[in-house]
Structures are given as structure tokens and as C-alpha cells.
Design a protein around this ligand. Structure first.
Ligand code: ADP
Ligand code: ADP
Length: 224
């Protein structure tokens, strides 16, 4: 069955209907691209699936549990332990070194510093940014910073990685390298990836695409 699934999601911001009956599903280890034009509701869908935004109606099921039936504390515990996040930019803490940034989710889960930084370095090696361990985010390139962010998203061993336009601020060469490394790393741990993008060349790294238009999405797999 699905690891994460949504049905009939509606979400309004004042007069703006951001989601109007969206559906979604993803299996363990699957990479699904959420595509559609700017303003179509992609980010809102991702935020709902990740339990960051509460939909006005509809259901979201994660691992057999209804997200809206969980309390806030359970939902944020779930986010910390089972979800990873990569955004377009601005996600690394500028005062921390890159290895401290990657280790941060483990530190927040109570892992001792040495152990957290050892695990962080392992992921940085796989993302080919271990030589940047002692640099601060302001001292590395955009593509390097995104690879550090991917390492941070994976360090806790999440079952789902949410990536919202992860290559949106990169040129195509760096963007493709980030996508290659992100999907390779996710596949190696059987993490599912929810990839929001409006670029076909980024969506090409997915196993399946879900298209959002005016807040409506159709899950092609389920429609078949
Ligand atoms: P996309 O990610 O496809 O660009 P979004 O989900 O960001 O689309 O936005 C869908 C619609 O909802 C847009 O019209 C956007 O302006 C609106 N919207 C999204 N978030 C908010 C918010 N926090 N407050 C008001 N309007 C919002
Ligand atoms: P993306 O580029 O991923 O679509 P946006 O730049 O549209 O993201 O939105 C960034 C943040 O601002 C999101 O948290 C979104 O919910 C919020 N947002 C988007 N549109 C609006 C809006 N019209 N009013 C207020 N907040 C918005």
C-alpha cells in the first residue's frame, strides 16, 4: 500500500483556493514529482503532506495513520524522526559550519555531538561535500550548499524526503548533479521523495509525476 496518501484536499487562503480536491500517493522508496505552473498549489500540497499546513478538508494518511487525527506534538515528532526537508534556498544556519548544519537534526533528536558529526560527515562524503565540513554556508557555492542541505535531510534516515524546488536557484549543471545525488542517496536508503518542481528536466529524475492545476491534482497511478 501507500506510505503517504492524500484524498480530496481543500485549502483556502482567504478568497484564494490553493487546493481544490487534490490527491496524492507515494510508495516506500518511490520518487514522485509534483509538477504544475507557479501558483497551482504545489507548495501547499507539499506543506499539507508534511503536516506543516492543515488542510480545510480531506484526508492525509501516513503509514496507516490519519495525520489530522494526531496532535501537534505527535505530528512534529513525526516530522523530526521520519521526514527530511530540502528547500530552494536559505535553509542552512549561517552561524554553524556545514558539518554542524548536517548534524543539527540528530543533535535536536538528542544524539551526542561526536556521534552526530561522525554520521554527518558520512553523509557529506556521499554527497561529495565532506571537504567543506568546516566552512560556513556563506563560504560555499549554491550547488555545494544544496548538497549540504541534502545531506542534512538524509542524516536522520527519513522515510520521506520533501524537496520543494531543490534546484530552483541553481544552474542546470549543478541542478542535475544535486538531483543525481539526491535520488541516488534516497534510493540507497529506500526513502521516498516528494519532489516539487516546475521543470521537466528535474522531474525526469522521478519514477512518476503528479500534475497540479488550479489546486486540483490527479494521481495517475490510482486513475489507471
Ligand atoms: P505553487 O507552489 O504551485 O507555486 P502555492 O501552493 O505556493 O503554489 O500557492 C497556491 C496559491 O495559494 C497561490 O495563489 C498562492 O499565492 C496562494 N498561497 C499559498 N500560500 C499562501 C499563504 N500562506 N497565504 C496566502 N496565499 C497563499
Ligand atoms: P514556492 O516558490 O515554493 O511556490 P512561494 O514563494 O510561493 O513558494 O511561497 C513561499 C512561502 O510563502 C510559502 O510558505 C507559502 O505558503 C507562502 N505564500 C505563498 N504565496 C503567498 C501569499 N500570496 N501570501 C502569503 N504567503 C504566501
Amino acid at each position: 500500500g501507500s506510505l503517504l496518501a492524500a484524498e480530496r484536499l481543500r485549502k483556502a487562503y482567504g478568497p484564494t483556493l490553493a487546493l481544490d480536491g487534490a490527491e496524492f500517493s507515494i510508495h516506500p522508496g518511490e520518487v514522485v514529482a509534483v509538477m504544475g505552473p507557479s501558483g497551482s498549489g504545489k507548495s501547499t500540497l507539499l506543506h499539507c503532506l508534511a503536516g506543516i499546513v492543515t488542510p480545510d478538508s480531506g484526508t492525509i494518511t501516513y503509514d496507516g495513520r490519519e495525520l489530522s487525527a494526531m496532535g501537534d506534538a505527535r505530528r512534529s515528532a513525526l516530522r523530526r524522526s521520519e521526514f527530511g526537508f530540502v528547500f530552494q534556498f536559505g535553509q542552512l544556519v549561517p552561524e554553524l559550519t556545514c558539518v554542524e548544519n548536517v548534524a543539527l537534526p540528530l543533535r535536536l533528536n538528542g544524539t551526542p555531538r561526536k556521534e552526530a558529526e561522525r554520521a554527518a560527515l558520512g553523509w557529506m562524503e556521499r554527497l561529495e561535500v565532506d571537504d567543506l565540513a568546516k566552512q560556513r554556508p556563506g563560504e560555499v557555492s549554491g550547488g555545494q550548499g544544496q548538497r549540504v542541505a541534502v545531506a542534512r535531510a538524509l542524516v536522520t534516515g527519513p522515510r520521506v524526503v520533501f524537496a520543494d524546488e531543490p534546484t530552483g536557484a541553481l544552474d542546470s549543471l549543478n541542478g542535475e548533479r544535486v538531483m543525481e545525488l539526491l535520488t541516488e542517496a534516497a534510493r540507497s536508503t529506500n526513502a521516498a521523495v516528494v519532489l516539487v518542481t516546475h521543470e521537466a528536466r528535474v522531474a525526469a529524475y522521478s519514477d512518476r509525476e503528479i500534475v497540479v492545476r488550479d489546486g486540483k491534482s490527479r494521481d495517475m497511478e490510482r486513475a489507471l
